[in-house]
Ligand binder design. Structure first.
Ligand code: C2E
Ligand code: MG
Ligand code: MG
Ligand code: MG
Length: 292
């Protein structure tokens, strides 16, 4: 009896595994087809300089207009794109498209914005990121100081000498390097010491708690101070409330990004935000920016 039950449990488990594997394979096939059919789009989220209250940056965030489905955010497909290596061609497209867009805004005479692009650790393992970035800048004509590469701990942890040298060369061209989700890694302090970076992005988990949890408030303050002592810019992400904004201002944080000002929006809507002389919280804007 126990044996039969064990067998049933195993069958159930195997069937569930099978379903998961099949779903992953389906997503992989759809990702490949989606890339070929041009189903990926970028949305842009503004970054606001707290001294001038103006938009000075944009983060390009990947969206997938999967046929017959609602717009998907990376949470639903990024892991599979990374496991299968498909993130390499997808992220190449992201970099090209984001730089093309930033160059187009610039040529249209809009105020300059530095374009942030998220890179994947898989890219650093499988391709020459330095060569890719240089080729894309040349192709789009975007000045290097209008590109910001967002790297996470996964990339910084693997301090392969070629990676460090490649990043150093890109920085020498004027490209900015930001550490994304700062504070969540194992060795955050170690890599800001040894890596050529320009900006820390305080992870949204600390920002979320900073007006209610003394520990989060202490961590945010410490990251701002650390960043400034190391002569780095500090931006807070996930800013949703006026109270968080006020607190970040009083801590001397340089920039903010979050739903308080705007979620990531399509390029046209972003250009509209850029045309306004001052950034305003989204609740104060009469025009609701369409998401999709
Ligand atoms: P991330 O780079 O840390 O991006 C910030 C995420 O937080 C975005 O989610 C953004 O929409 C969300 N966010 C921004 N402000 C707020 C806020 O005030 N409150 C809350 N709750 N969330 C906020 P998204 O677009 O779903 O992206 C998730 C992650 O996927 C990104 O985290 C990034 O790691 C990755 N990702 C996005 N685009 C790309 C890409 O083109 N390539 C690669 N490799 N990864 C990407
Ligand atoms: Mg990011
Ligand atoms: Mg982040
Ligand atoms: Mg994140």
């Amino acid at each position: 009896r126990a044996k039969a039950e064990g067998r049933n449990a195993w069958r159930f488990f195997a069937a569930a595994m099978d379903a998961r594997a099949r779903e992953a394979m389906q997503i992989e096939a759809d990702l490949r087809a989606g890339l070929a059919r041009g189903e990926f789009v970028l949305h842009y989220q503004p970054q606001i300089d707290l001294r001038t209250n103006r938009i000075t940056g944009a983060e390009a965030l990947l969206r997938w207009r999967r046929s017959g489905q609602r717009l998907s955010t990376p949470g639903t497909f990024l892991a599979i794109a990374e496991e299968t290596g498909l993130i390499v061609p997808i992220n190449e497209w992201v970099l090209l498209e984001a730089c093309r867009q930033a160059a187009a805004w610039r040529e249209a005479g809009l105020p300059p914005v530095c374009m942030g692009v998220n890179l994947s650790p898989v890219q650093f393992r499988r391709q020459d990121v330095q060569a890719l970035v240089m080729r894309v800048l040349e192709e789009t004509g975007l000045p290097p100081d209008l590109l910001d590469l967002e790297l996470t701990e996964g990339i910084l942890m693997d301090q392969a000498p070629e990676t460090v040298a490649g990043l150093q060369a890109l920085r020498a061209l004027g490209i900015r390097i930001s550490v994304d989700d700062f504070g969540t890694g194992y060795s955050s302090l170690n890599y800001v010491k040894s890596f050529p970076v320009d900006r820390l992005k305080i992870d949204q988990s600390f920002v979320r708690g900073m007006t209610s949890e003394p520990n989060d408030a202490a961590i945010v303050r410490t990251i701002v101070e650390l960043g400034h002592m190391l002569r780095l810019q500090v931006i807070a992400e996930g800013v949703e409330t006026e109270a968080q904004l006020a607190r970040l201002k009083s801590e001397g944080c340089d920039e903010v990004q979050g739903f308080y000002f705007s979620e990531a929006v399509p390029a046209e809507a972003f250009a509209q935000l850029l045309r306004q002389p001052q950034a305003r919280p989204r609740v104060e804007r009469e025009v609701v920016v369409p998401l999709d």
